[in-house]
Design a protein around this ligand. Sequence first.
Ligand SMILES: C[S@@+](CC[C@H](N)C(=O)[O-])C[C@H]1O[C@@H](n2cnc3c(N)ncnc32)[C@H](O)[C@@H]1O
Length: 234
Amino acid sequence: MSYGWETLQLEIQVSGFQLEPGLVAPVRALMRHPVWQERVATERIYAKQQRTVKYAPHTNSVIDLIRYFGCKEVAEIGVWTGDTAIAVLAERAEELDSYWMVDPWGIVSDQLTAQYFSHHPTIDFEKMTAGVQDAVVQYHSARVLQLSSEQAALHFAPESLDMVFIDSDHSYDCARRDIAAWLPIVRDDGIICGHDYCLGGVYRAVNEVFPIETLHLLPDSVWFVEKGRVSAHE
Ligand SMILES: C[S@@+](CC[C@H](N)C(=O)[O-])C[C@H]1O[C@@H](n2cnc3c(N)ncnc32)[C@H](O)[C@@H]1O
């Protein structure tokens, strides 16, 4: 099954919130970007993910964005076991100068991080990061920052990254804070994007920060904005 308006509706329903009637038409129109067309035409589903994911996974959308916009300096915020990072590096390592993997992996450094990890008290982070550690050895562009999103952002100069992919804590507060921390780090002609637009907190935060005309959706609930278009709308 390919990803489309019906799939997004289903995701929104499953995540337990309603799309305001006034937003149905604009949200449908989010799927209009050329990356979307290309994505649908060149569907790739990783064998590993086919077991659990019924539609195109977000990893493919991230790879397509990097490829389409020719991004060289990229950060992923919230990495977990590194499934997306490893797939991106496997496909794009030659073209990427740096792929930053930002995740506290259990190190509680501020209030929001503490809240997140209080929901995940029993995870073995050493085991979880084995793939990420291998990726660092294997790919020259792989970089790790074991920090919370906000703390990691302090290590980057303004407008120094081509793309930031946000996939950390999906609560409203954290999503707002992630966007605020990373938007200045994205180059003016760069991309800010994230996963799980269909989740209530992310949906609200993204819609509050970005004019709906500047938003695009890719398969598996990946939202993205070309930063230059935001300033053009202000
Ligand atoms: C949904 S998972 C990431 C999945 C990953 N992007 C992928 O596609 O495979 C969420 C991750 O966000 C991390 N996280 C939670 N709070 C965070 C914060 N404040 N800053 C950065 N990462 C955070 C968690 O440790 C977890 O690994």
